[in-house]
Design a protein around this ligand. Sequence first.
Ligand code: SAT
Ligand code: MN
Length: 591
Amino acid sequence: MIKQTSGKCNTSNKAVVTWVDEMVKLCKPDQVYWCNGTKTERKALLAEAVEKGILIKLNQKKRPGCYYHRSNPNDVARVEQSTFICTESQDEAGPTNNWMAPKEMYQKLRGYADGSMRGRTMYVIPYLMGPPGSPLAKIGIELTDSIYVVLSMGTMTRMGKIAFDELGNEDDFNRGLHCMLDVNPDRRYIAHFPADNAIISVGSNYGGNVLLGKKCLALRIGSYLGRQQGWLAEHMLVLGVESPAGDKTYVAAAFPSACGKTNFAMMMPPAHLKGWKIWTIGDDIAWMKPGSDGRLYAINPEAGYFGVVPGTNSKSNPAAVEVISRDTIFTNVALTPDLDVWWEGKDGPPPKECLDWKGNKWTPASEEKAAHPNSRFTAPMINNPLLAPEVNDPAGVPIRAIIFGGRRSNTTPLIYQAFNWVHGVYIGATMGSEMTAAAVGGAGQVRRDPMAMLPFCGYHMGDYFRHWINMHKNIKHPPRIFHVNWFRKDSQGEFLWPGFGENMRVLKWIIDRCHARTDADETALGWVPGPDSIDLIGLTNFPPERLAEAQAISEEEWRREILMQDELFMKLHACLPKELIFQRELLLARL
Ligand code: SAT
Ligand code: MN
């Protein structure tokens, strides 16, 4: 056990002390450790985690400050079937969320929590989401019996004393309780109580289920509060595009989990586009609020990246390769004999032999993957060579473009632009995407994932669309809205578009549209790039016909698509804004 001297209660905030006392009485830990967020503390906690076998210290010559973690094999992704929104009425949570009455869920989960920390330490993690002093920032306190969670929250948030300093004597903070229990899927619940600004998560130790600042507070509770308070909590990366002239344009983009948000947020433009540069604000979550100048401002509430490891290499994401070269916790990748890490899609040849994510011997001849497809890195954003200094600006950055995008092997063109705000909301609301390993079950199937928020919206999705439509009234200079699909395939099953850094060519058209610097053609779906307005110079084996194929709109496919969209609309019909039904009719008419 690390010395308790630095782990004593370090706030006089009565609401905090009273609530922590209550939870201590419930969970009955042997010790309570209050985190202060210092480097010394982190060092001691890392040493303790290594001693307990929770982390393995990696080869410090190759990866300074890096550690390795293996999760329970039954606990490798978010579990949407165990995720609940506990509002007073089921109607408030809507048909796309699991629901249980708050009273019932509190009773059930307090039953599980009761005595669950006997023989263990309860860590008190005060954390700040967003830059200090930002009107958009929020404070949370997570109580957990997982040292892995403490170390991860230390990277993903501004953790420690800073949160108590920002909170002062207020009691406006998110109350989060996490109990690992025996990490049993049968007793796994991720429960949100939006009216109480509270979260209880039991039975898991996987990031998205237990790093409560991330999906639970920043998206599910955040979206609920955003609707009440007139802002948006979105599953979006935020980046700045610097042009050769030196001006910066900020863009937010919503893609579902494991569809390339991190790669896009750290994109390296191709050599041909000299002078263009990407700056990262955030790779997963945006909190956005209209500013007094009529523009929409965004902050990244996080301080680190919890990214998918497989496929990360110097071509797909050179900045991420640097980010994870130090100070990173790797979860569920493969471990090499020299205590380095390996994953499918890493630079260079595979190791002759290693241990896979379950700890079994692995060779290139093995049938199973060495790294779990949802293996993750947890790394601080300050490691990012492309980190925009404005990430710490309490005011946030003004957003000029919003991009929606799904993973679709057919139907959806590479790029098109909405005619106006409501049409853009319709495009976001009807987004479809093939499921990935980021959530348990269903990989590969197309599902509706409105604004990439299906698993993360803390209230009725129909009311969420209404909120989006209403936001327009408070944004005098609204961002332009676009839709992209990097994943369309040709008849041979090959991706039509090269993706990665080449996506800069599409992004450049988007930026030029925002500044009225390029033209567009009208189609049934929206505006598309005019001939030659996407620069293809320097792209090998990419004739203009291939772009035409990536942009093709098939009436037959789109009629089918609209039928598929109807499924979600029917589910939401009671709360579905009429404007969206009108948009559907307009699209049909245009087709
Ligand atoms: O696992 S997380 O929910 O944190 C990441 C994601 O699925 O988007
Ligand atoms: Mn995400």
